[in-house]
Design a protein. Structure first.
Length: 397
């Protein structure tokens, strides 16, 4: 079945995480994604983290459904091939340092004249303008500057990081959203293509809720609060008797009353001072202590059964082993078997979001370097002799 983005052509110029993840989302929903890689080495992600027969398992996931073509963008012939691809593309996605595309002769001034309907997604540390634009930026730096790191972790410890590259992934999602808005404008005849300027720090900052007005109006600096959610009570992580931890969100007025009844504290459930969130916030330490006293005397299964029966949102903290074994993940096709080289089948994450009529799909895992070079160049109208000459010159692999 064709995906909702069938007929859309995306050229990916990025490496590692931010641009490639954005392009992966396009590929999973039917777009033709042509990934340009450096001959010889390819995307460094091919060798990151855990390897299977010399290739990263992350690569197989991040690059599924993509076509790989190896082009030396610094060679005149390689640049010409890239321009021919951009001329036929709907979207180009890159995450180079600002100015890099221009030095390659592939800047917006060139691409927009060649293809006025093109959308160029540019993901960088600090954006294409401003005093920091020329600084090197990785996702971790974006998380720090965007305010996330300052609010993450235990208050008695240094700022912590989320255990994944969340800054890069947030930038990817913003890039996809911007690209789709631009495509809608073009495809409905409302305008021509444009640049989608995404910065890592702004993508993080965009999720920081009421951080700024709280500071500006009240001088409040939100900082690290461990497992609790500032200004919302009760919502925290609590211990079980079998050494595990459960997240309980009892922060609506009605849910709070049900939670306190289950926890054996009807006195707190009926206390007028705790009837609304602002009153509960003032007594947050008391409420957390009462809930922890109840959970610590029960196993995880007992806690979840009691809270589920009372319709109180709660969940144990999942490890990857819990995820892979969970029946709900399986029922929603969020764990998919994927065949790798060497006839090895490995579980991979499924596709989100779920579309009822045109769902996404996995057609193949991340390709070998230059696996689709001939196919892509032939589609541009090049003959076998032309492709052979490009290979001899080192422009393509």
């Amino acid at each position: 079945m064709d995906g909702p983005l069938s007929g859309i052509r995306v050229v990916e110029l990025g490496t590692l995480i931010a641009a490639p993840f954005a392009a992966r989302l396009f590929a999973e929903f039917g777009a033709e994604v042509i990934k340009i890689e450096q001959p010889g080495s390819g995307d460094p992600l091919r060798r990151w983290r855990k390897l299977h027969q010399g290739t990263s398992l992350w690569w197989y996931l991040q690059s599924r459904n993509k076509k790989s073509i190896a082009i030396d963008l610094k060679s005149p012939d390689g640049r010409d091939v890239a321009l021919r691809l951009a001329a036929q593309a709907d979207v180009v996605i890159e995450n180079f340092k600002p100015g890099s595309l221009e030095r390659l002769g592939l800047g917006w001034d060139v691409l927009s004249k060649l293809n006025p309907d093109l959308t160029l997604v540019r993901i960088s540390g600090y954006g294409q303008t401003g005093p920091y634009r020329d600084r090197s930026g990785f996702g971790a730096i974006g998380e720090a500057m965007g305010g996330l790191r300052f609010t993450t972790g235990d208050p008695e410890s240094p700022p912590a990081r989320v255990g994944i590259s969340i800054g890069d992934s947030l930038a990817s999602l913003h890039g996809v959203i911007g690209a789709l808005m631009s495509l809608l404008r073009v495809k409905t005849g409302q305008g021509r293509g444009q640049v989608v300027d995404v910065s890592l720090y702004e993508s993080v900052f965009n999720l920081m809720e009421s951080l700024v007005p709280e500071y500006d109006l009240m001088g409040h600096v939100r900082t690290r609060t461990g497992g609790t959610l500032p200004g919302i009570s009760p919502s925290n992580t609590y211990p079980s008797s079998d050494g595990r931890h459960v997240v309980i969100a009892g922060n609506s007025d009605a849910i709070f009353k049900r939670l306190m009844q289950v926890a054996g504290r009807p006195d707190l459930a009926d206390d007028p001072a705790l009837a609304s969130n602002d009153g509960r916030v003032r007594s947050n330490a008391l409420l957390d202590a009462a809930i922890a006293a109840w959970t610590s005397q029960r196993t995880m299964d007992e806690i979840l059964a009691s809270l589920d029966a009372a319709d109180v949102p709660a969940g144990r903290i999942y490890s990857v082993a819990d995820i892979v074994d969970d029946p709900h993940y399986a029922a929603r096709d969020m764990i998919l078997p994927t065949e790798l080289l060497g006839d090895v089948t490995v579980k991979m994450p499924g596709i989100a979001p779920k579309l009822s009529d045109t769902p996404g799909a996995v057609r193949w895992p991340g390709p070998t370097l230059g696996q689709h070079t001939d196919e892509v160049l032939t589609g541009l109208g090049l003959q076998a002799g032309d492709i052979a000459q490009l290979r001899r010159s080192g422009a393509v692999q």
